[in-house]
Design a protein around this ligand. Structure first.
Ligand SMILES: [Zn+2]
Length: 337
């Protein structure tokens, strides 16, 4: 639940949308209301700007916006960061609020989370010719382990090789952070990306959780924007912002668009996969890398059924195909003919 004291503490301050930091080529501008030192936008204005139907549906706390031709969908839940854009789960940085018969959504979520997905054509173009693939872990760092004996470091390398082959077939140049079972530090991985001619960085991992067989599914991470806290962190729970600007923050919009396209293709192309959403984190390899970057958690080795699936070559091939489809779609948007 929201901790805000509505509506008494609404300052009513109306400002134009700020353009601090890296911005879109053609930044939207909204009136905002300021609540607890945070700017919020009225959902009616968001609906108008992104050409959703004026009358959205609201059942309890669930709000559903649809475009006239229904190709664009936005599903939000009041007092929850758990949302969906075009059917893909996206974790917002702040919960939408209900106030005086209006629904409010934080300005930073409109700009940094929704805008790159709803207006991909406005994301600053940077051609994609070379892709760096980073198989997580290696050598003494084995990563997660499953009950059936699966080891993350071997599975990430196997998946990376499949992605590399498909990317090359699609005409991309591919650079790998490792091709063998060797240890490479996180710093060295980012350094390799920054000293190469790579245009994108994609880190591959498999997940695991101790003492629970429950969680399963795929999640794609992109870097947390400046002034925000990462998804599900203690800082987020207590509303504590982090104002450190990382090199990867120069690509906030590209990072989000790439994460969305890859997560969307994973959901569409891999059977039985659960959608854990697009999340924010400050993992070293996505924050220190000076090109658009994402980190994909391709499933849980700690989930007995998912581990069994991941151990099949057919499943890993479907993961690879979906990841490459996402990268190809991103490259198409970046390299318009
Ligand atoms: Zn890992």
């Amino acid at each position: 639940m929201s901790r805000l004291c509505l509506p008494a503490c609404i300052s009513g301050l109306i400002t134009a949308m700020g353009l601090a930091g890296v911005s879109q080529a053609d930044e939207p501008s909204f009136n905002t209301v300021r609540i607890d030192d945070r700017n919020y936008v009225n959902l009616a204005d968001v609906a108008r700007y992104y050409e959703f139907n004026r009358n959205w549906t609201q059942e309890g706390l669930n709000v559903a916006l649809r475009s006239k031709l229904k190709w664009k969908k936005l599903d939000l839940r009041i007092d929850s960061c758990d949302g969906k854009v075009n059917g893909v789960r996206i974790w917002l940085n702040h919960s939408p609020l209900e106030n005086r018969n209006s629904v409010l959504i934080s300005e930073v979520d409109v700009r940094k989370t929704l805008d790159p997905v709803l207006r991909p054509w406005a994301v600053r173009k940077k051609k994609v010719k070379t892709v760096m693939i980073d198989p997580g872990h290696g050598g003494e760092d084995r990563g997660a382990r499953g009950k059936r004996g699966s080891t993350e470091k071997h599975l990430t390398l196997d998946l990376a090789m499949r992605v590399e082959k498909l990317l090359k077939e699609a005409g991309f140049k591919v650079v790998m952070t490792r091709r063998r079972d060797t240890y490479i530090s996180l710093e060295d991985r980012s350094e390799l990306a920054n000293s190469s001619d790579a245009d994108l960085f994609v880190s591959l991992h498999f997940n695991s959780v101790a003492n629970s067989k429950q969680p399963q599914g795929v999640e794609t991470y992109c870097l947390t924007p400046v002034g925000l806290s990462s998804t599900g962190s203690i800082r987020q729970r207590f509303g504590i912002a982090n104002f450190d600007k990382e090199p990867g923050n120069a690509f906030d919009y590209q990072n989000m668009l790439l994460a969305y396209l890859v997560q969307q293709r994973l959901l569409a192309g891999v059977p039985k996969v659960e959608d854990r959403g697009i999340k924010r984190a400050r993992f070293f390899v996505i924050k220190a890398t000076e090109i658009p970057s994402i980190l994909i958690e391709n499933g849980f080795l700690s989930h007995p059924v998912e581990e069994k699936r991941i151990l099949t070559s057919a499943h890993r091939n479907k993961l690879a195909v979906a990841i490459v489809e996402g990268i190809k779609k991103y490259a198409e948007l970046m390299n318009p003919s």
